[in-house]
Design a protein around this ligand. Structure first.
Ligand code: PA5
Length: 449
């Protein structure tokens, strides 16, 4: 299981800190919140009680392994879980390995943005004859996902390839244009459950298909998620999700409106990227649940150790008291490299020689962690004994629960995102979509062309 260390959040060294006694006052409140969550069972908890999503992906076994590439077309919650799973649980050179070296599993590409240089470079890389496109959009209306779908479909048509063989849609079980096209054209589908928001969907078919196609053990991901869920009804001090939510909430109220997640692992950096969306979009809200204007939200920031020691840590240490930091640590890396002794007479290098890179990286973490504490800033740490499916699944579920609990503490709805709608509507208007004319930007009463 993951190891959570909250000690440095409660140290006397923290400027305007919080104590364990402050936390304990919330015992009853947290008990009620976790009970409410358990009783109401938000959609993402379905994985704890049912195999239906995992089975829907396993059913596609004979269909997907004929291909060489899986290209995910989706954005936001429909992409970030896929990106996190691939980068965390597959080697970085995965897509450069031969099919034999990949043990018959697929190369995975995720096209989320509509930057033409980015899209073109992936399309140039793949042989479309050997490619399955997984279009992921819950709404089926998202401009980025839909335009990339149209491009993929156009390419299939140009090559005379059967869309039924090269497309799968992951979308709402009933509604939306993708569902309609799937029904009309006989395209295979997976379901994005109606009661699971995009950013909570990594362990639904949204993230599971690309994971399975790349040989990631999706059953183990679920086991890890179950480990996280099993702690939801624990007493507060043994309840990592509740402690994450409560400490971040209390520190936010003390002016720490930035939550940094600093991964000392290039792989885990992608979990910080996933977390960034979850925390921002779920908790950054103008109105509370009763409709009162509150404008809350803690800005999540991702950072990479040791790289950002040379970029961000000066600010974290000496800058304003507005941050709470979460370190991600790996105990045992999959690979390790021993630094050779090639300059025996150089005093300035000898301390490095003979050591392993993992030791250097983890000592750098320890150095930063202690320096942060000495500068009076709060931090917590999550240690991954190893980077594997079990621990990554536990991480996802811990943070989905923590975000839900934080939603209750902030008294906001963590499952909606009304603040992104206006920008979408203006884009539709600018792109000429019918029915959105009123959103076209005007200046001094004149339309900007
Ligand atoms: O978390 C969310 O709900 C969003 O980030 C969505 O995932 C994102 O906007 C994409 O939406 P859709 O899946 O409808 O294309």
């Amino acid at each position: 299981m993951l190891k959570f260390d909250f000690t440095n959040l409660f140290s006397d060294a923290i400027v305007n800190g919080i104590s364990i006694n402050d936390i304990k006052k919330y015992d009853e409140i947290i008990k009620n919140i976790t009970k409410k969550i358990d009783d109401n069972k938000p959609g993402f908890l379905e994985i704890i009680f049912s195999r239906k999503w995992i089975d829907s992906v396993l059913d596609l076994k004979d269909f997907i392994f004929d291909f060489d590439n899986l290209v995910v077309l989706g954005i936001g919650g429909s992409a970030l879980g896929n990106i996190a799973l691939q980068n965390t649980l597959r080697p970085f050179n995965w897509n450069y390995l031969s099919k034999d070296e990949r043990d018959g599993k697929l190369r995975i590409f995720v096209i989320d943005n509509v930057d033409p240089d980015f899209v073109a470079s992936i399309l140039d890389t793949i042989d479309v004859h050997k490619t399955l496109f997984n279009v992921i959009s819950k709404s089926g209306t998202t401009a980025e996902a839909m335009s990339n779908y149209l491009i993929a479909r156009g390419i299939l048509e140009n090559y005379g390839l059967n869309p039924k063989k090269h497309l799968i849609f992951t979308t709402d079980p009933e509604k939306g244009v993708l569902r309609k096209i799937a029904n009309e054209d006989g395209i295979k589908t997976l379901e994005i459950p109606q009661n699971v928001g995009g950013r909570f969907s990594v362990l639904t078919p949204v993230g599971l298909l690309s994971a399975y196609a790349a040989g990631i053990n999706i059953e183990s991901l679920y086991d890890g998620a179950k480990n996280a869920y099993s702690k939801l009804s624990n007493p507060l001090m043994k309840n990592p999700a509740a402690l994450i939510a409560l400490t971040h909430y209390l520190y936010y109220n003390k002016g720490r409106n930035i939550a940094v997640m600093m991964a000392y692992s290039n792989k885990l950096y992608y979990l910080a990227d996933w977390y960034r969306q979850l925390w921002a979009e779920s908790l950054g809200k103008k109105f509370d649940k009763s409709g009162n204007e509150i404008k809350v939200g803690q800005t999540p920031v991702k950072a990479l150790g040791a790289v950002d020691q040379h970029s961000q840590v000066q600010l974290y240490n000496e800058g304003p008291d507005d941050k709470i930091i979460t370190f991600l640590k790996v105990e045992k890396f999959e690979r390790d490299i021993k630094i050779p002794s090639v300059h025996n007479n150089e005093e300035a290098l000898s301390y490095l020689q003979g050591n392993k890179l993992s030791a250097l990286l983890n000592n750098e973490l320890k150095g930063t962690e202690n320096a942060i504490l000495e500068h009076g800033k709060p931090s917590m740490k999550i240690t991954f004994p190893q980077i594997n499916e079990l621990h990554v699944g536990e991480f996802f579920m811990t943070y989905e629960l923590a975000t839900t609990i934080a939603g209750e503490l902030f008294n906001v709805n963590p499952f909606d995102q009304p603040g992104v709608e206006l920008g979408k509507k203006i884009t539709y208007a600018l792109m000429g979509r019918k029915g959105f004319e009123e959103y076209k930007i005007t200046k001094n009463g004149e339309r900007i062309e």
